[in-house]
Design a protein around this ligand. Structure first.
Ligand SMILES: Cc1cc2nc3c(=O)[nH]c(=O)nc-3n(C[C@H](O)[C@H](O)[C@H](O)COP(=O)(O)O)c2cc1C
Length: 268
């Protein structure tokens, strides 16, 4: 396996491995540790500010004090709330002012982010779960795709790692494999199969750099694939969740057993 890929070259990093944005698990120390180790950590702005208590610019600067290697920022660009969108615009402005070199957009059309970011030399990748969304993102001018497969933590897609490679590969942009990677062998396999990088989430929660609760980390380490289901009962969008947690959340919140599906979109 070569670590020299279009992704690692574009960002000037040693290892084409991303620690994906995770609400609420992306604490600044985790983001910095991944970048410092040669991969790239992604800031989740709501996590940085709301969960971990940093003012946004100060939080970015704190991460910068821990590493001078490249970091990225995740912008969830859905337009359902005007107030939220204002925050996204502020986070984008500040990220550009603070010279963050990489943005990962999710949901919505990333064209307006691309128009602002690319002239500043910033690389923009968009989260996609199928070819239709990848086409839209391509029209918006993105540099590459985060291909979220059916094994991803958080809001997963429906297609497998290989199906996404086959469907989206012909569009000719670098692709990042997101979902189901937790071992060096799986990482190597993803790169050897044609992905330009891998984005890991769950595996990074179970690290000492992540500030998640120890019980959560143990549950991850102890879980098997059959303990996880893709559920639409929590947010209406398919989300990976342990069977036991799904049952508890539905019962505690008196959620209907099956909310109307928005199967094709992702949201956090
Ligand atoms: C707890 C959790 C929260 C997540 N939150 C976000 C998020 O806020 N934004 C985003 O774009 N992706 C989010 N993701 C997806 C991750 O960035 C990454 O793509 C995914 O975890 C990869 O799959 P894996 O967990 O199997 O490694 C989240 C994932 C998890 C597990």
């Amino acid at each position: 396996m070569s670590t020299d890929t279009p992704f690692s070259r574009a960002l000037g990093i040693e290892v084409p491995l991303i620690c994906g944005a995770m609400y609420p698990c992306s604490n600044p120390e985790l983001v910095a540790a991944v970048s410092e180790a040669g991969g790239i950590g992604i800031v989740q702005p709501l996590s940085l500010t709301y969960v971990h208590g940093h003012e946004y610019r100060a939080g970015l600067r704190y991460i910068r004090s821990l590493t001078d290697k490249p970091i990225g920022v995740n912008l969830i660009i859905e337009r359902s709330s005007k107030k939220y969108l204002q925050h996204v615009q502020e986070w984008l402005d500040i990220s550009l002012e603070e010279q963050v070199p990489f943005l990962v957009t999710a949901l919505g059309n990333p064209d307006w982010v691309v128009r602002r970011a690319q002239p500043a030399g910033v690389t923009v990748y968009h989260d996609v779960t199928n070819r239709r969304f990848a086409h839209k993102a391509l029209d918006g001018g993105v540099d590459g795709f985060i291909c979220v497969n059916n094994r991803a933590g958080g809001h997963a897609g429906k297609l497998s790692q290989q199906q996404l490679l086959d469907e989206i590969g012909p569009l000719g942009k670098p692709m990042v494999c997101a979902g189901g990677i937790g071992t060096p062998a799986q990482f190597i396999e993803a790169i050897d199969s044609g992905y330009a990088a891998a984005q890991l989430g769950t595996r990074f929660i179970a690290t000492s750099e992540c500030k998640a609760h120890a019980d959560y980390k143990h549950a991850i380490v102890d879980a098997h694939a059959q303990d996880i289901v893709l559920s639409e009962k929590i947010t209406g969008v398919p989300v990976s969740i342990a069977v036991e947690a799904e049952t508890r959340i539905v019962a505690e919140n008196e959620l209907p057993g099956h909310l109307p599906g928005r199967q094709e979109c992702r949201g956090y």
